[in-house]
Design a protein around this ligand. Sequence first.
Ligand code: SAH
Length: 204
Amino acid sequence: MRLKQLEMALQRLRGFEKPRPSLEQYQTPAPLAARLLYHAFMKGDIKGKIVCDLGCGTGVLAIGASILGAASVKGVEIDPEAVEIARRNTALLGADVEYIIADVRDATLPDRLGACDTVVMNPPFGAQKVHADRPFIDCALAMAPVTYGIFNAGSVQFIEAYTNGRADISEKIAGALPIKRTFSFHTKDIQEIEVEILRLITPH
Ligand code: SAH
């Protein structure tokens, strides 16, 4: 499958029906999701691998990993309503994802889920709840040797300081996130946020 085909497939997926601001529910737009996944695929981090999507929302990253040939995919999400949509999206594309309704702040989660090869995630940026992204990083590093995450542009320093030797940033890919007017505190119809896709690896 080529990048463009993946993007077109992901474009068909439904987003959040009633996005909840406190959970920072934004569906990753298909072009950005496809970019992350395809990059990971080309690095050998998806095909035949056990992949976990933390905060999977309506499932775009998890489903994309499945259709790119992951051996198995788990999607972890706190909001059962989002998981309902994710399940329908999974069926729509004939993908195979196991959904787990759980909170990434639960310290027992990595043990319960078991190890995986690759984590993919678009965590909350912490715009509504400060440091909301930290438990995602902790959970990812506890679960997998390789993590792809979407972060605010300029997060490298923070991630390096926060992970403090627990992980190295092996790659950084710049991207943009067009955010449609979703919540009342948004003032423009569409706002572009500069983001970066980071590949984190845990030293062995
Ligand atoms: N990964 C999806 C959704 C990104 S939005 C996509 O790329 O489209 C961030 C998601 O994290 C939301 O679905 C939100 O409900 C979920 N989330 C926020 N806090 C969480 C927590 N503590 N545990 C699990 N999921 C959480």
